[in-house]
Ligand binder design. Structure first.
Ligand code: GLV
Ligand code: MN
Ligand code: MN
Length: 396
């Protein structure tokens, strides 16, 4: 399975993955999922939000089942494991359960969530958010990519009917419990010296768009004192974000910036920058963003520019179901339990009231959202065995 996926959307120059929603690469990945499901005789469905499901057993007759899975899309120049490891491990765990000859008392489903990273349209987990009703379909349809193409038009391009995009309570009702396996995106399991761990919670996090507006002018003839340069306001705001995050033991990143007119010898008229901020507690995150907006506004006044801040997405603290997480840790012989500051579809499902847990597989580089993200084959196999043990415990 890994060999089939390895070339899809991989940049020959960076070795990173560019697998964005509703693109030809996304189409190939969806086709791969269909083939793996069909090859195993699973029942393949696509929910109204565009997420793919493959069921072993029939949740409509046999009652809600145990679902696992993850996503196949990536950030720009992402690693191979963030997402795909959870989907491939789900199929591999199911194969192991078939080999073990288990008899299910509940169906098992594999999900492939659409557009988890939000790399193209800006809102992370749009597939699971539309599914659960956390993202209004009208808002989703109106999102645009960097070329101005709307989500609705991209859906139509991909052969999907935009007007059918909707929450899908029937698809959600098939899921009693959801367990997502994911590569760890930090160093927790390296420090615990464990190949597999269980998630305790997801930090609150969100994305804010900062639009700085100034006045375009000549880079040579305009005296420094006569400028209204939004790049300057942005630069000071980026430094402030770093300082605010450090002093609160939180995280703040401007990882995406566009500017106009983007010429070497022109003072910019417009800088748009996206803030990704996260903190252990919701109050800390609120205080960080509020203070940053205050400092950006104050700086804009000094620079003769303006700044407008728009929330693009916001996710509260996710505390995974404690009895379930303890049960998983026990089934796995006392696996470590650890929090994460990364967002996941599992968090969206948990917020929607589904009993949810996550397993993490050790990442020896501790690096993620980069081609350097990694997992050793032995640890991946340990992850598959752990997932199979957990599914067997929950579904038999
Ligand atoms: C998902 O990978 C995130 O950005 O948290
Ligand atoms: Mn990710
Ligand atoms: Mn992921």
């Amino acid at each position: 399975m890994w060999t089939d996926l390895v070339d899809i959307g991989r940049s020959p120059t960076t070795g990173g993955y560019r697998r964005f929603a509703l693109t030809p690469e996304d189409g190939q990945l969806r086709e791969w999922f269909e083939q793996e499901a069909t090859r195993r005789g699973l029942d393949l469905t696509v929910d109204r939000a565009g997420n793919q499901w493959a069921w072993w057993g029939n949740p409509d007759f046999d009652g809600p089942g145990i679902a696992t899975g993850s996503h196949l899309d990536s950030v720009p120049d992402g690693g191979a494991f963030d997402g795909p490891l959870g989907v491939v491990s789900a199929f591999a765990a199911l194969d192991l359960l078939v080999l073990q000859g288990i008899t299910l008392s509940r169906p098992i489903g594999i999900a492939c969530f659409s557009d988890e990273e939000g790399s193209r349209f800006g809102v992370a987990c749009s597939g699971s958010r539309v599914l659960t009703g956390a993202l209004d379909p009208d808002r989703a349809r109106a999102l645009t990519d960097q070329d101005g193409m709307s989500y609705a038009d991209a859906m139509a391009w991909a052969g999907r009917a935009p007007h059918l995009l909707a929450p899908d309570p029937e698809a959600l009702a098939r899921v009693d419990t959801f367990v997502e396996l994911h590569v760890e995106q930090g160093r927790g399991l390296i420090e615990c010296k464990a190949p597999v761990g269980v998630a305790s919670e997801i930090w609150p996090h969100g994305r804010w768009r900062f639009s700085f507006t100034g006045r375009a002018d000549h880079a040579g003839t305009t005296r420094m004192s006569d400028r209204a340069d939004p790049m300057l306001t942005f630069a000071v705001t980026a430094l402030a974000a770093n300082k605010q995050a450090r002093s609160r033991e939180a995280r703040a990143t401007f990882g995406r910036v566009t500017l106009a007119p983007n010429g070497t010898n022109a003072i910019p008229s417009q800088v748009t920058a996206w803030l990704d901020a996260r903190a252990e507690a919701p109050d800390t995150l609120d205080a960080l963003v509020t203070e940053l907006c205050r400092q950006a506004t104050e700086r804009a006044e000094r620079d003769g520019t303006t700044v407008e801040v728009t929330v693009e997405s916001s996710t509260g603290l996710v505390s995974f179901d404690v009895p379930l997480r303890d049960r998983l840790a026990a089934v796995l012989g006392g696996a470590p339990v650890l929090p994460t500051a990364a967002g996941h579809d599992a968090g969206v499902l948990s917020t929607a009231g589904i009993r949810t847990a996550m397993l993490f597989v050790r990442n020896p580089t501790g690096i993620s959202h980069s081609p350097e993200e990694h997992a050793e084959l032995g640890d991946c196999a340990a992850g598959v065995r752990a997932l199979a043990d957990v599914l067997r415990d929950l579904a038999t």
